[in-house]
Design a protein around this ligand. Structure first.
Ligand SMILES: Cc1ncc(COP(=O)(O)O)c(C=O)c1O
Length: 449
């Protein structure tokens, strides 16, 4: 009998299909062919890795930006006050997003701080916010001396559950901050409908959602104001940076003033002396130049991420205990700042999620848990028990807040989520197959963990 030769990948694919036994039905293993027993054994238990190679790195520098950046530095015009690049970036970003206007800021946090101020959030107000998010989404509410009120998550979508919004509204609620976490669009029709009927402002936290779409419109253009981050890990990175977009020009004028020490802008009335409150949250010229060079690749990169994410969805959902996220009603394009799925340990012989993650990392597939149960974080009590909050809110309201701070959907999500970082999704289809094969391998060997 002629010996059959198998590549590592064929062996793994066969393992996935449960037909390894029949493939190994030969008596002679030619020199140079990997040992199937080593391949089948989990890497965490000393077997071979499914993916021994590297993954795409991030961020990627574009050398063609260097000349312009050096010229700007040599000119000494480093701040937006005497340079043209930040304004040029604002025009380009607004056009890319399909928004009338954009204001660039120093960071996503300062974009949110500015947007909340202009949305009218004031000391003693309440603001509804997604709990499954980066800490900045609600720290900015505390910074305005308002009370963040968490709306429970839908574990299937990873997003705030619109059905849980109305029950959290009080007479002090002034705004909703839906977070398009991981670039997965929130059901904005539902959010906007509720906001309209209760006269609330909507500030989208689109800090991870560059070019995500809801009913064909870009995230960030769907509420009153939309905020973005350009921190180093983001799809559009500049080290630090942020932006606010809107179709409401008067609001963007007010954002401009607030982020620039209160100097009136555009449609705003001027007067003697300082008329408006404001801070310095300005973007620098160098950030804008880096962003304009990075903008050249974002659409192509997002296409690759999307195609790989859809491929993973299709393959991973066939594995028991692996549940890819479900798109919210009306979401037409996710951009996957992280690729998320839920791990159901009961299907994996009760192997804890942390052990599953260690096993997957050992196979050469970097992954981690998602966000923790931040509605229980110590910083919240630090605020609620502070002198200022005791003055701003009655004891009864703060006690009620604590009693209602029960989020079963979010707890479930925090316990089950597993995520891949965005640059993993810039890999090849073969890389995606490695992810699928590694998870399948862990599933088939779950008893050995
Ligand atoms: C969802 C979300 N909101 C807000 C921010 C804050 O942005 P920045 O880090 O640019 O201040 C981030 C940044 O990671 C984020 O992911």
């Amino acid at each position: 009998m002629k010996p059959r030769k198998f590549t590592r990948r064929q062996v793994l694919t066969a393992t996935s299909a449960g037909i390894l036994g029949s493939m190994l039905n030969f008596s002679f293993r030619p020199f140079g062919i990997a040992d199937p027993a080593q391949i089948k054994k989990l890497a965490i238990n000393g077997g071979d890795k499914v993916h021994p190679g590297a993954w795409p790195s991030w961020p990627e520098w574009d050398q063609s930006a260097e000349q312009g950046i050096i010229e700007m530095f040599r000119s000494g015009r480093w701040w937006r006050g005497n340079g043209e690049h930040v304004a040029e970036f604002e025009k380009k970003y607004a056009a890319l997003m399909g928004a009338k206007r954009c204001l660039a800021t120093a960071s996503g946090t300062t974009a949110l701080l500015t947007a909340l101020k202009v949305a009218g959030v004031d000391a003693g107000d309440e603001v509804l916010v997604s709990p499954y998010t980066f800490i900045a989404s609600y720290n900015v509410i505390f910074a305005h001396r308002a009370l963040p009120v968490f709306v429970d998550s839908d574990p299937e979508t990873f997003l705030l559950n619109p059905k849980k919004i109305e029950e959290r509204i009080t007479e002090r609620t002034t705004a909703i901050v839906p977070v398009h976490i991981y670039g997965l669009p929130v059901d904005m029709d539902s959010v906007n409908k509720i906001a309209k009927s209760h006269n609330l402002m909507v500030v989208e936290d689109a800090c991870q959602a560059w070019l995500a779409e809801y009913r064909g419109k870009r995230a960030g253009t769907l509420g009153d104001l939309g905020c973005f981050s350009f921190q180093n890990s983001k799809h559009l990175p500049a080290g630090e940076g942020g932006a606010i977009i809107s179709n409401n020009e008067e609001m963007i004028d007010r954002c401009h003033a607030y982020h620039n020490c209160g100097r009136p802008y555009g449609s705003m009335k001027t007067g003697p002396g300082n008329m408006y409150n404001g801070l310095n949250y300005r973007m620098q010229q160098s950030q804008a130049l880096i962003l304009m060079s990075q903008m050249k690749r974002i659409e192509k990169d997002n296409d690759v991420r999307l195609s790989n994410a859809l491929y993973l969805d299709k393959k991973l959902k066939a594995i028991p205990g692996i549940i890819p996220y479900r798109a919210a009603e009306g979401a037409t394009r996710a951009v996957y700042h992280l690729y998320p799925f839920r791990y159901i340990k009961e299907e994996f012989n009760n192997v804890p999620r942390e052990k599953f993650i260690q096993a997957l990392n050992a196979e050469g597939i970097p992954c981690s848990t998602g966000y923790g149960k931040q509605n229980k974080d110590g910083l919240i009590e630090e605020q609620l028990t502070s002198k200022g909050y005791k003055r701003l809110f009655s004891e009864a309201r703060l006690d009620q807040w604590r009693e209602e701070n029960v989020l079963p959907g979010n707890d479930q999500l925090c316990d089950q989520a597993v995520t891949f970082y965005q640059s993993i999704l810039l890999g090849t289809k073969t890389d995606m197959d490695d992810i699928v094969n590694a998870i399948t391998k862990i599933y088939e060997n779950r008893a050995s963990l």
